[in-house]
Design a binder for this molecule. Structure first.
Ligand SMILES: C[S@@+](CC[C@H](N)C(=O)[O-])C[C@H]1O[C@@H](n2cnc3c(N)ncnc32)[C@H](O)[C@@H]1O
Length: 274
């Protein structure tokens, strides 16, 4: 591989060092994303160049952990993109209802809001008892917060509005209890959620599932890596299973484009062909 400039080579060596020392593989993430985050961390840490950063990453585990947080963007919301959840209720749940048990995989679940949103929908549709939700991420800190299900009270206004726009049937506040500055999600939502550490780049098929949500994750990967992860999803879905991507993500340029039909083009919901 030829590098256009020195910093490109330095970033590539930095990513190689992270992989060799800690096993996290960012080598096929989008260059623009990695560059932005690395430069940002360099400025915040007072380091003068990327090679200095390389040596710090190798010798200082807490710095490496900080960099991992930077590289894994964990921004998320309850009922993020409410129209997506409306479409899910309308177009996907009637299919899921036909199965005696339902397995759902949230790949890249961050701090868990997407899995809690799905748990709420499954409860409202009377499907929760026969559903298992696997919620995975490679970021241990995000997963810990997801499992706790404790979120700032200050976010509830926005989450309530998302929930209502998404076609919510109850009062959103019935799904948590308030505790001073935070809310704690109900135990009845957590019951069937299995939280697990899984790296989409280095780990293999997770389980055979009926529905996969991997939203706002692939956007950080380069085309080759997107293709590789799409194969993982394809192999994890039952025939007729459903794949949901984020609003800026697509199957269009992947090898598996022909293997799915579009259930909702705008909301990026695809059905694996039989
Ligand atoms: C922007 S969040 C998306 C959260 C949620 N899916 C949503 O749409 O709101 C991206 C998540 O992908 C996770 N992620 C990035 N690379 C990953 C990988 N290789 N394996 C597993 N998770 C990964 C990050 O840790 C982060 O929590």
């Amino acid at each position: 591989m030829r590098y256009n400039d020195t910093s490109e080579l330095e970033i590539s060596l930095l990513l190689e060092a992270i992989f060799q020392k800690y096993g996290y593989d960012f080598r096929q993430y989008s260059e623009a994303h990695i560059r932005r985050r690395v430069m940002n961390r360099m400025a915040m840490s007072g380091l003068s160049d990327i090679s200095q950063m390389q040596s710090k990453v190798i010798n200082d585990e807490s710095f490496a952990s900080e960099l991992l947080q930077d590289l894994s963007i964990t921004v998320t919301e309850m009922f993020r993109d409410p129209d997506f959840y409306r479409s899910l209720r309308e177009n996907v749940l009637p299919l899921l209802k036909t199965y005696p048990f339902i397995k759902i995989w949230h790949a890249g679940c961050a701090t868990g809001q997407e899995a809690y949103s799905m748990a709420i929908i499954m409860q409202e549709e009377g499907l929760y008892e026969r559903t298992t939700l696997y919620a995975t991420d490679f970021n241990p800190q995000a997963l810990k917060r997801a499992k706790e299900g404790i979120f700032p009270n200050s976010l509830m206004k926005e989450y309530t509005s998302n929930y209502q726009s998404a076609g919510g049937k109850e009062s959103f506040s019935s799904y948590y209890i308030s505790d001073h500055d935070n809310v704690i999600m109900n135990q009845s939502l957590k019951k069937n959620i299995v939280w697990a550490n899984h790296n989409l780049v280095t780990d293999s098929v997770f389980a055979e599932v009926h529905l996969i949500l991997c939203r706002n994750v692939l956007i950080y990967f380069d085309k080759n890596l997107q293709n590789k992860v799409q194969k993982l999803f394809y192999n994890s879905l039952i025939n007729g299973g459903i794949l949901c991507l984020g609003s800026k993500e697509s199957l269009r340029f992947t090898d598996l484009h022909e293997e799915y039909t579009e259930l909702d083009k705008k909301q990026r919901i695809f059905k694996k062909k039989y």
